[in-house]
Design a binder for this molecule. Structure first.
Ligand code: WTA
Length: 642
């Protein structure tokens, strides 16, 4: 198969932060040969330290410390240090609400707002090591709350506003949070998403939560519980604007972000301070080729890791103007993204293949009716991008001028791991291309032996990196077991990949029971445990099914308890049930009722076969371990009968 190659244009390379393949290779080699010197020099040059560290890193597999002994503050690095530079009046956050309202907040102003809110938290008695849950719409107060927590060392966990009360409750309890920061609601597709109602429901079962701070966004009627709930604008009103950032250990926990694993229980991925911020800052410069004058927009919701690293922490640490948009890409019409690009003269756009495919389907006239000439670089994240979507993004959005950076990384990795440096590395549509400096990925077999070029295998990472997760909150055993035991002492990504003869990485998707729906991670087990909570359901098996727009869609095989069920109605009820238990984004596309599910003799559901059924409608794999072979043919033919 011939593959297209898109080298950077001489115009792009000549202005790029990393302008040639030689420059990329020099960085990569230095990081590989002398990691201590490489990261140590960058940490000194790129970040502000209250006190210098003793060691660049200490590696006791699988636990690592970066810059141990150093005193550091993430909020200081994102705000205060810019105030002594001409950046102080630069726009830090350029925000547009879904109804069209706007705010432009300079670094100086953001510093003021964060300091005030940090004083509010301090006044309520919160201090370093305490935990907060942030459940908010995409409004500037969301990053303000995050940065205020970081300023004092309060560990935050942002819960995506699309998660249900049940999912929120599980996260509050797992984190043992005492504080919840939320809003009455947010706007999405012209409707209100009622966040405070979900918080009220969750807090019925969370006795540890002492305080709930509520931002007024939608102005709707909500319940305020005496003694627990307070309006943001009321307690913030008289707060002092002087709140020095607390010097914290370089390894002080910054946040916990819950992500789906291979069981029903989400994993609290723990990220710490200095190493995380260094790597997010560097990738802003290396991958997004960030310049002082850029207007940079990452479209991800801050509830996911992409929003943490590339809407908030990376861009602000690097002194960028970071654009935030509250609502849906297709509201009031499908050109909302292009309107925003045109209006604010966005130069760097970072979005997901799902969004690209959905917008592509609407036709070229929508983007063509806007002036997109301000764009100079495009990015993609969250799932493999198919070459057709890549080509459209390149041709119709980038007008053939803008390099595309396809960035592979994970909640666990904290920052971008494999991506082209756009002035240096020629792109191949569908490949994340080459690793970042300091990252040593490899494609291996079950025993950890390298696969030859062109062969599929498991993607692993050989050395610790600064932005790496440190553990799973409250569960170091699960951390060891999930990431470091498949191939002992080596980080296992859960992805399959191959490397081609140019050393380019091609990610093939997950090898575990994790689905990727619209770039959002969702575990099959999470959906299964939601389903079996329903009174009608006896057993459930869930698999990801290929989907043209969302990459994968949730497909559920369900057996029912005895009873007289109306399958049509029950199918609808179960889809709604899952949305209620987890969140609307997890709503199954398909519920298939079965008499029984294919199992091994030891009783394990054979999801691999179900995946094959939904992908190809036939089964070719090894079925000798099946308990009841007839089950399979019934499941496979059911689809055609529907
Ligand atoms: C997938 C999102 C191919 C992958 C930052 C990974 C990708 C999972 C890409 C992590 C990409 C992410 N190409 N696959 N550019 N980016 N993935 O934790 O399967 O939400 O393991 O982090 O998404 O998803 P997560």
């Amino acid at each position: 198969m011939s593959e297209s190659i898109y080298p950077p244009s001489p115009e792009f390379s000549s202005q790029a932060n990393v302008p040639s393949m030689e420059a990329y290779e020099a960085l990569y080699e230095k990081a590989r040969e002398h990691p201590e010197a490489f990261w140590g020099e960058l940490a000194e040059k790129e970040l502000h330290w209250f006190e210098k560290w003793n060691h660049v890193f200490e590696w006791n597999p699988p636990f690592v410390k970066w810059f141990a002994g150093g005193k550091f503050n993430v909020s200081y690095n994102c705000l205060d240090r810019h105030l002594a530079t001409p950046r102080k009046n630069k726009i830090a956050i350029l925000w547009e609400g879904e109804p069209g309202d706007q705010r432009m907040i300079s670094y100086q102003e953001l510093h003021r707002l964060v300091s005030r809110f940090a004083n509010v938290l301090k006044g309520l008695g919160y201090k370093a090591g305490d935990r907060s849950i942030i459940y908010m719409p995409m409004v500037p107060e969301l990053p303000i709350a995050m940065l205020a927590c970081a300023r004092l060392g309060i560990i935050h966990s942002v819960v995506f506003g699309g998660f249900s009360a049940e999912a929120l409750k599980a996260r509050i309890l797992d984190l043992e949070a005492q504080l919840v920061i939320t809003a009455d609601g947010g706007f999405r597709r012209g409707k209100e998403v009622r966040l405070k109602d979900a918080v009220d429901q969750a807090l019925n079962d969370c006795p540890n939560v002492k305080d709930c701070i509520v931002l007024k966004r939608t102005n709707s009627q909500i319940h305020m519980q005496e003694g627990r709930d307070q309006w943001w604008h009321e307690i913030d009103k008289d707060a002092s604007e002087d709140c020095p950032a607390v010097p914290l250990d370089a390894e002080h926990p910054l946040y916990v972000l819950y992500t789906s694993g291979t069981t029903g229980k989400p994993k609290g991925i723990l990220h710490t301070s200095a190493g995380y911020l260094l790597q997010t800052t560097m990738t802003m410069k290396w991958v997004f080729d960030l310049k002082e004058e850029d207007t940079y927009w990452c479209t991800a919701d801050i509830g996911w890791v992409t929003g943490h690293s590339y809407t908030v922490y990376g861009p602000l640490a690097a002194g960028a103007t970071s654009v935030m948009y509250e609502g849906a890409p297709d509201y009031p019409a499908v050109d909302r993204f292009w309107r925003i690009v045109e209006k604010y003269r966005i130069s760097i756009l970072y979005t997901s293949p799902t969004a690209i495919r959905a917008l592509l389907r609407q036709g070229d006239s929508w983007p063509n009716s806007h002036d997109l000439s301000s764009l100079r670089l495009l990015g993609s994240v969250g799932e493999p991008i198919n070459p057709a979507a890549w080509e459209w993004y390149h041709r119709v959005i980038g007008k053939g001028r803008c390099p595309i950076v396809d960035t592979w990384w994970q909640t666990e990795t904290g920052s971008i791991m494999i991506a082209p440096m756009p002035g240096a590395v020629p792109a191949k549509p569908g490949s994340g291309t080459l690793p970042m400096p300091g990252i040593i990925p490899e494609v291996v077999d079950f025993n950890g032996n390298p696969m030859g070029d062109g062969k599929e295998g498991f993607l692993i990472i050989r050395r610790p990196w600064p932005g790496m997760l440190r553990t799973i909150w409250g569960d170091p055993d699960r951390f060891k077991e999930q990431y470091w035991s498949r191939i002992p002492g080596i980080y296992f990504t859960g992805d399959a990949a191959r490397r081609d003869s140019d050393g380019y990485f091609w990610i093939l998707g997950r090898v575990d029971d994790v689905m990727n729906v619209s770039g959002h991670r969702l575990s099959t087990m999470e959906v299964e445990s939601a389903l079996v909570h329903h009174p009608a359901v006896a057993e459930a098996a869930v698999v990801g099914k290929p989907h043209e727009i969302t990459g994968q869609a949730v497909c559920c095989f369900v057996t029912l308890k005895k009873g007289d069920w109306d399958h049509d109605q029950l199918g609808k009820d179960l889809r709604q049930w899952v949305a209620h238990e987890i969140g609307a984004f997890a709503r199954p596309e398909e519920i298939r009722f079965a008499e029984s599910l294919p199992k091994t003799r030891s009783g394990k559901i054979m999801r691999r076969l179900l995946r094959e059924i939904v992908t190809t409608h036939t089964v070719t794999g090894d079925v000798t371990t099946l308990e009841d072979i007839n089950v399979l043919s019934r499941l496979a033919t059911q689809h055609d009968e529907d």
